[in-house]
Design a protein around this ligand. Structure first.
Ligand code: UDP
Length: 326
């Protein structure tokens, strides 16, 4: 079996590549490296079943030979990145998805779209089941990611209905773990890096907004199972254990530096107030549920960032300064 993973040098793409290689697959990893890093796939240099192609998937994708699967994971995914790369984010979700679907159609390959909990926007239904249509501001700063992914889901569904492509859609909720970039800008890496540097943890708003954090090994297992399961409807893959951002800060402080203070910054525009997946569908269809607790996942992730810091002192991570206009 031979598959293409776009975004293979990214955080999730590289872990997914490892998972498929472990199962005997041949993997072509594609990435333009705007947010991905070759460090994430450096350990595969001598792996004969892995091939890396540097390519921007918003341009026509040419792959020689047969393909059994295309997994479209290329996209900036941190709010810091997609606020800085709005046009690229829109293009990779729209043109990139179109190209990846066209390739699937041409090769007769199964297609899996990496979608997101951001399709639910700032949700008015809590927790979020797949049947909820969402509450997204199309013209807000986050709209570039949310609407690109919503378009990508629409395009994927149209290729299934109109062309009969064998599609899957995973809605990925907040995921963390080793290989996140120290400068990623998302909350788990920001808080850990800030605590390692002895700096105040930057809490946006009053920290009462919630998220539900899934450890990367659980996320990847869910996606791997979804790829092999039947059905074309979207499936939430995430951990339903919900925490406020204030609680997350306290947990990371308790492990790393109880004296690390908190620095309050304005809540960014359209930052969702709550988020928690309803994973009934994943439990039923995939027999999947997350196994790693926040405590264990954080301890592995902290160990990872600590080792990076010991090798090469980390810089303070980026924060979002653009806030909602009153
Ligand atoms: N957040 C924060 N401080 C940071 C980074 C993020 O308080 O330095 C908050 C952010 O406002 C959001 C939550 O943490 O409510 C998760 O943000 P993240 O960027 O990780 O991902 P999101 O779920 O918003 O896509």
């Amino acid at each position: 079996m031979r598959i293409l993973i776009t975004g293979a040098a990214g955080f999730l793409g590289s872990h997914l590549t490892d998972r498929f290689l472990a199962d005997g697959y041949h993997v072509i990893g594609m990435d333009n490296l705007i947010t991905g890093s070759l460090d994430n796939i450096a350990h595969l240099e001598d792996e004969p079943r892995f091939e890396f192609v540097r390519h921007d998937v918003t341009q026509f994708i040419d792959v020689k030979g047969d393909l059994d699967g295309v997994l479209h994971f290329a996209s900036p995914a941190s709010p810091v990145d997609y606020l800085e790369l709005p046009i690229q984010t829109l293009k990779v979700g729209s043109l990139g998805t179109h190209n990846a679907l066209g390739l699937s159609l041409a090769k007769g390959a199964r297609f899996l779209l990496a979608s997101t909990s951001e399709v639910y926007g700032d949700p008015l239904v809590h927790p979020q089941p797949e049947t909820y249509w969402g509450n997204v501001n199309p013209i807000g700063p986050r709209g570039v990611y949310d609407e690109a992914k919503r378009f990508a889901e629409a395009m994927t569904s149209a290729y299934h209905r109109f062309h009969g492509v064998d599609t899957r859609i995973v809605r990925i909720f907040n995921t963390y773990g080793p290989r996140m970039r120290p400068g990623d800008g998302r909350v788990v890496s920001n808080f850990i890096v800030q605590a390692l540097l002895g700096q105040g943890l930057t809490v946006y708003g009053d920290g009462s907004q919630s998220r539900s954090f899934c450890y990367v090994s659980d996320e990847v297992e869910g996606i791997f199972r979804l790829f092999h399961a039947n059905g074309h409807d979207p499936v939430n893959i995430g951990n339903p254990d919900e925490y406020t951002i204030g609680e997350l800060a306290e947990r990371i402080q308790a492990v790393l530096d109880p004296d690390a203070g908190v620095k309050y910054l304005p809540l960014p525009t359209d930052d969702p107030k709550v988020r928690k997946p309803d994973i009934t569908r994943a439990r039923t269809i995939l027999g999947w549920e997350p196994l790693v607790s926040l405590q264990d996942g954080l301890s592995d992730t902290i160990a990872y960032f600590r080792s990076l810091h010991e090798r090469n002192p980390l810089s303070p991570p980026p924060v979002i300064t653009e806030a909602a206009e009153e």
